[in-house]
Write a protein that binds this ligand. Structure first.
Ligand SMILES: Cc1ncc(COP(=O)(O)O)c(C=O)c1O
Length: 393
């Protein structure tokens, strides 16, 4: 494990030209591409322009990316499928898990809408959705006990909510669910790439994420993890060559047309891939793994703490949890006229988002204390009563 001093964060920041002009606090929404991603895109595009590109190279890179992503979340490459995004991965989970009429799925109102619609869509098959009561998106065992009954088959939950950005105790929830024969689906897009994720430690059955946030890809790359023991219980809805044992028969000379599905998550992959996106993903994963996710997490949580302390002293209503183990790279706070404040910040080249009427600040590896100071300075100007005192409302 690397020591914290091993990372030169200034060097990391230099990879992100966005930092020269903006304070970018919007990674939970999308990324600003770093130099290494852009160089990868240029190289790929130039090769495709010059000679159509080399498909065998694309496949080799794809398998490298699969292996690196597996390493990032402590899975096996056979447990990883590429998708278009988190939402597609969630839809695969919803449609491939063995659910029947009368079964119930538990979700909560702090889930991203795309971790709600995919389950509501099963109501046409007689599957019911029930809501877990939560405070601020924190799902507790007590809350699960309140709504669970013998029809409960799935709990679908974010490891980190998109707002207010609290972490859920996935390990504990999975243990509780597994003991009752309930499958667990984890929407991890707000954890992967900013926090340490270990699927073996968590034990979840399915995990869904995308590349366009903290994995610094263009839109259109997602990843689905399916725990090995679940693969046989999840027949794919759509099938294509990548999922068949004969997938290596590029020239179709000995094609047999047997539905010999592979015993790996590849069976969920359909047709040609987003080779460009996955090639970028591969370079990002290489970069993040070299930094060390323990380093990344520690850095982002320390910036979070720095900002959170100031906001609280200044009297802002910080909605994200104060407990360190529940914190993430996302920090949400309430402010009067949040939309106006968001526009004012934007005019001053500070990029955030408004979610659920809160200002959502999301931190990345390129941010530093100076970014936070500049943000604070603007908040001071926006609300003069917040001059670092505790008197503000
Ligand atoms: C928690 C969460 N889940 C799902 C999504 C949807 O992601 P995608 O657009 O990759 O499908 C988002 C996007 O912001 C999100 O924050």
């Amino acid at each position: 494990m690397r020591g914290e001093l091993d990372v030169d964060w200034q060097e990391v920041r230099a990879q992100f030209p966005v930092t020269e002009e903006y304070v970018f606090l919007d990674l939970a929404n999308k990324c600003a591409l770093p130099v290494f991603s852009v160089a990868t895109i240029q190289d790929y595009i130039q090769k495709q322009q010059r000679f159509g590109g080399d498909k065998s190279e694309w496949f080799a890179t794809l398998e490298e990316a699969r292996a690196r992503f597996a390493q990032l979340i402590n899975a096996h490459p056979d447990e990883i499928a590429f998708t278009k995004n988190t939402s597609e991965a969630l839809n695969i989970a919803a449609n491939c898990l063995p659910l029947r009429a009368g079964d119930t799925v538990l979700i909560n109102e702090h889930e991203h809408p795309n971790n709600v619609y995919c389950w509501l869509n099963l109501e046409r098959n007689g599957v019911k959705v029930k809501w877990i009561p939560t405070e601020g998106g924190q799902v507790t065992i007590e809350a699960l006990e309140q709504v669970l009954d013998d029809t409960t088959r799935v709990v679908s939950i974010s490891s980190t909510t998109y707002a207010p950005g609290n972490r859920n105790d996935i390990k504990r929830i999975v243990e509780f669910c597994r003991a009752r024969g309930i499958y667990t689906v984890v929407d991890a897009v707000q954890s992967v790439g900013t926090l340490q994720v270990d699927v073996q430690d968590w034990g979840a059955d399915v995990l869904c994420t995308s590349g366009h946030k903290s994995l610094f890809c263009p839109h259109g790359v997602g990843m689905l993890y399916v725990r090995r023991e679940m693969l046989d219980r999840m027949p794919p809805v759509y099938v294509a060559r990548a999922g068949m044992g004969m997938a290596a028969q590029i020239e179709y000379n000995s094609i047999t047309y047997e539905l010999d599905q592979v015993h790996s998550a590849r069976k969920f992959e359909i047709g040609n891939y987003n080779y460009l996106g996955i090639t970028v993903l591969n370079s990002s994963l290489k970069y993040l793994l070299a930094l060390g996710m323990n380093q990344v997490e520690a850095r982002l949580l320390s910036l979070h703490e720095y900002l959170s302390n100031w906001l609280q002293e200044a009297g802002f209503a910080v909605i994200s949890p104060g407990t360190e183990s529940l914190r993430s790279a996302i920090l949400c706070f309430r402010a009067e006229n949040a939309h106006d404040l968001h526009s004012y910040l934007m005019e001053n080249k500070v990029i955030t988002t408004v979610r659920r009427d809160m200002i959502r600040v999301s931190l990345g590896i390129y941010n530093n204390e100076a970014d936070i100071d500049l943000f604070i300075e603007l908040l001071r100007k926006w609300n003069p009563k917040a001059q670092g005192s505790t008197e503000t409302a």
